[in-house]
Design a protein around this ligand. Structure first.
Ligand code: ADP
Length: 541
């Protein structure tokens, strides 16, 4: 017997319909690429997205076509996404921090037919476009007045282009399982792999994200997604903010401390999200200027481990609640969030920080387990680590073109490549990437734990730990440190600070100081490069 409820497909453009109907006058504020702050509303975005859809159709693009975007977070980028999805197309976000050859490779692999691009990236596109055989058209996210000279064919200014349509467009009625978006993993090992989102997975993910025990968002929030739309869907905020009708503040290309502070302050932002490196810059700016954050209530920090010292600063010095989150491009991306269950509600001080250092628990819609190498589940005791596996309606079941099949099993579990433990209350803690964990005498040492500890030292700006070959123990940890500006910490001072806070056999065998630690295009420490850099390094006896 079937239920007698309506078959109302979960389609992304219905989110924007809802935002325009219920929250039409709510603002979308952008730091435009041209410079000034611009203001539109969900009602404007709704009309302009339909103009995008109309124009795409008029130019001959069809449902299923991949339409790339190479752009910062702005209202125009958001409209383009919804316009692409609403005509049945598939937005494909490109990360401008990748090498040009990688971007061209990804575009060819996805067979992108058109590209929406910010002015910032025109020089990059001039290099890449001739290499992408499928590319027919470039739409520059600006107006006629700001259009640059270019040697490329078939380039139009976005504002002039959408001005040709009246926006009287009916969204395509699609199967909710149709593809709507695409994002490639950064490919730190091997070629990048394409993750393909469906309308259904994006809508469900947005519903998961807004829940009180996840991001906890409402129409009363003012949301600043610092995390770029090209980095794992801006963690779903481009869908969850319009779904609940929150005011959106889009930072454009400026993510330095003073620029982010300015938006937090002038727009009275209550909620923001980004990777730890962004918050390092903001906190430094606040410390230098003595400024405060009177409006901000919550910050979601993820993408790499949020150091305890950062959580402490936000909470103790600025009265901003930190939610540590973990996820992956393959998970749309949210996998777990560190809101507080009743079991931990009474904890204070360091005991509370111990919980917040974990990556949190899985919301409804994400199942997780940790297993050994033979896929046998390990206990949730908060210390036994294993391979972290996940499944759910917004988790990938494969990669575009059939790559990486070994990461998916018959029961639908996706092997994240992360190593983690889970405590009896369901709080998961990432201890490493499987390929970064240090194997010393048959036991595993978590590089993330050591890094988190080292950055707690007052003179340390950033820290990375890598395994160095060792004749007796296989591998031993080397701590690589970037000191804070104008500080010259001593090796023994740092090791002394760490001593007693981790098991003795976890202690790094040596400390080296560097000016800079290499990062990936999504802001993570690039351990492969660091390992190459220290390949010939020998540890002291
Ligand atoms: P990319 O490889 O393109 O950077 P993702 O942004 O999808 O892709 O990265 C996902 C990985 O980032 C996770 O598998 C995990 O290793 C790491 N990660 C994400 N959030 C956290 C976190 N809070 N703590 C530790 N690692 C994290």
């Amino acid at each position: 017997m079937l239920g007698l409820m309506q078959d109302w497909p979960l389609l992304c453009h219905k989110i924007l319909d809802h935002a325009a109907t219920q929250h039409g006058r709510r603002e979308i504020v952008s730091r435009s690429v041209e410079g000034p702050i611009t203001r539109t509303t969900y009602a404007d975005a709704h009309l302009r997205a339909r103009k995008v859809a109309m124009m795409l159709e008029r130019e001959g693009y069809a449902p299923g076509d991949r339409i790339a975007t190479l752009a910062w977070n702005t209202a125009r980028h958001l409209e383009a996404w919804y316009g692409i999805m609403g005509m049945g197309g598939v937005y494909h976000t490109l990360n401008p921090r990748l090498f040009p050859e990688q971007i061209a490779w990804i575009m060819n692999h996805a067979e992108d037919k058109a590209l929406f691009v910010d002015l910032t990236f025109m020089p990059l596109v001039e290099k890449i476009a001739p290499q992408v055989k499928s590319l027919k058209q470039v739409i520059v996210l600006t107006d006629g007045q700001h259009m640059p000279e270019t040697a490329l064919d078939n380039v139009v200014a976005y504002e002039d282009w959408i001005a040709q349509a009246d926006g009287d467009y009916r969204w395509k009625t699609l199967d909710e399982n149709a593809a709507c978006g695409m994002c490639y993993t950064s490919g730190t090992t091997g070629d990048p792999k394409g993750v393909v989102y469906s309308h259904r997975s994006n809508v469900l993910h947005a519903m998961i994200a807004v829940q009180p025990d996840a991001m906890g968002l409402s129409s009363r929030d003012v949301i600043l997604p610092v995390v770029p739309m090209f980095h794992a869907n801006a963690w779903g905020l481009a869908q969850s903010a319009p779904m609940i009708g929150a005011k959106l503040v889009m930072p454009g290309g400026k993510m330095d401390g003073p620029s982010i502070y300015e938006l937090l302050d002038t727009e009275k932002v209550t909620f923001t999200a980004a990777v730890p490196t962004v918050w390092l810059m903001l906190l430094q700016h606040l410390e230098e200027t003595g400024k405060k954050l009177p409006h901000l209530k919550k910050v979601v920090i993820g993408g790499s481990a949020c150091p305890r010292a950062m959580t402490r600063k936000f909470q103790d010095n600025y009265d901003v609640e930190v939610i540590h989150a973990w996820g992956m491009t393959e998970m749309s991306p949210l996998g777990s969030l560190g809101t507080i269950k009743p079991e931990y509600a009474d904890l204070e001080g360091d005991a509370r920080l111990d919980i917040q250092e974990k990556q949190g628990f899985a919301p409804f819609g994400v199942e997780m387990k940790v297993t050994d190498d033979d896929n046998v589940a390990r206990p949730w005791d908060g210390k036994t680590f294993g391979r972290l596996k996940v499944r759910g309606p917004a988790v990938a079941k494969g990669y575009y073109g059939g790559a990486g099949t070994d990461q998916f099993d018959e029961e639908g579990w996706f092997d994240t490549g992360d190593v983690a433990h889970i405590d009896p209350n369901g709080y998961m803690q990432i201890t490493d990437r499987a390929k970064d964990v240090i194997k010393s005498g048959g036991e595993w040492i978590s590089t993330i734990d050591l890094e988190n500890l080292a950055v707690g030292h007052p003179d340390v700006a950033e820290a990375a730990v890598i395994g160095i070959r060792h004749p007796k123990w296989d591998e031993r940890p080397l701590l690589v440190v970037v000191p804070k500006k104008d500080r010259e910490p001593a090796k023994d001072d740092i090791l002394g600070y760490m001593e007693g806070k981790v098991a003795k056999w976890w202690m790094p065998n040596d400390v080296v100081f560097v000016d800079e630690i290499p990062h990936t295009a999504t802001g993570k420490i690039q351990k492969t490069t660091l390992r190459d850099q220290f390949r010939d390094y020998t540890l002291p006896d």
